[in-house]
Write a protein that binds this ligand. Structure first.
Ligand code: NCD
Ligand code: ZN
Length: 341
């Protein structure tokens, strides 16, 4: 069995920086032509100059003979002013601004504590059409971690959309039925869905032992939410598109007393998405999700070349070099039934 698709893009990706790029860049470029590059470095990417310098470091790590177009983002912080937004809009290489609620996830301590403080920037984004990419979780300690996404929809996102109805919003790495329903109720919005949130539910992470390599944010939810995500991703609905949220951390940072959130999924992401779509008899919808809906939302051309998957089992490597460390791959050491040719 063989499946040929328009070359896909990854609409939510963490490549990290420095020597890690020598692993992460080829691992993504092997499959994807473009990716939206997350700006949560240390220090965060808050200027157009820093984003373009980071883009150059990414391209410097690309092996010759491979093609890859990194689509850069800025990290929303007080210094991202309306004039920064105007500059970003004028740059062909910047496609969005990322909102991290302060304290919500990895390297979010420079994020936004109160949206009112960045309202003029958001107004400029609404006027110019630059998309806001949202990590949709509240950080209030009194809210249970499994409820943080649903509470964000009510407390933060709904009022924001009400105030700025023309703002273009992508709700990133959605994990709940609440988010699927919210996105469908707002036809101008887009949403990315990761492969690990389609493959796993919280029992996989917590029953029979704790599996730190399945710990990511937003955290895996119960099976009814996973089913809603599968339904949305495989529906063909143009609001939902592929975003791996591939987020590598060194093994020692994951297998630790206080382990980091994030799964390294990019190297076999397309093969794993294909496995899920096939399991639900929706393989014919994979191309819309992986290759059409994302560029259509961002107003970019679809890719013109193709990739081919064949039904052939291979074993995902257990781990890889990652700078001076090693990183575990999602489902490392286990078989995947599709292979990219
Ligand atoms: C991401 C990271 O490590 O940068 N981690 C994660 O669990 N997804 C940040 C993020 O997207 O939340
Ligand atoms: Zn992410």
């Amino acid at each position: 069995m063989e499946l040929t698709l328009t070359r896909p893009d990854d609409w939510h990706l963490h490549l990290r920086d420095g020597a890690a790029l020598l692993t992460t860049v080829p691992d993504t470029a092997r499959t994807f032509h473009r990716a939206i590059i997350m700006p949560n470095l240390r220090p965060p990417v808050t200027t157009v100059e820093a984003a373009l310098a980071y883009r150059k470091r990414i391209l410097d790590a690309l092996p010759s003979g491979m093609s890859f177009d990194p689509l850069m983002t800025l990290y929303l912080a007080p210094e991202v002013s309306p004039s920064t937004i105007q500059k970003a809009v004028a740059s062909a290489n910047i496609q969005g601004v990322k909102l991290y609620p302060r304290g919500a996830t990895t390297n979010s301590d420079a994020g936004v504590a109160d949206l009112h403080g960045v309202m003029t920037t958001l107004e400029t984004m609404a006027e110019t059409g630059l998309p806001l990419l949202i990590h949709g979780e509240v950080t209030d300690r009194s809210v249970d971690i499994f409820d943080r996404e649903a509470v964000f929809l009510d407390k933060t996102l709904d009022p924001l959309i009400e105030r700025l109805p023309t703002l273009r919003v992508v709700l990133e790495h959605i994990t709940t039925k609440d988010s699927v329903d919210f996105v469908k109720a707002h036809p101008r919005m887009g949403a990315t869905i990761t492969v690990h949130h389609l493959m796993y539910e919280r029992n996989d992470m917590l029953v029979g032992g704790i599996r730190p390599h399945l710990y990511c944010l937003p955290i895996l939810k119960r099976s009814s939410h996973r089913n809603a995500l599968i339904e949305a991703a495989t529906s063909g609905d143009s609001q939902f598109f592929l975003g791996t949220d591939s987020a590598p951390h060194a093994i020692s940072e994951k297998e630790s007393d206080c382990g980091c959130a994030g799964c390294y999924t990019a190297p076999f992401a397309l093969e794993l998405y294909a496995e899920i779509f096939e399991a639900y008899s929706k393989l014919e919808r994979l191309e819309a999700f992986a290759s059409h809906n994302g560029p259509d939302f961002y107003g970019l051309p679809r890719n013109t070349d193709t990739v081919t998957l064949i039904k052939k089992e291979s074993i995902i490597p257990f781990a890889k070099a990652f700078g001076e460390n090693e990183v575990r791959l999602l489902r490392g050491g286990e078989p995947v039934t599709w292979s990219l040719v």
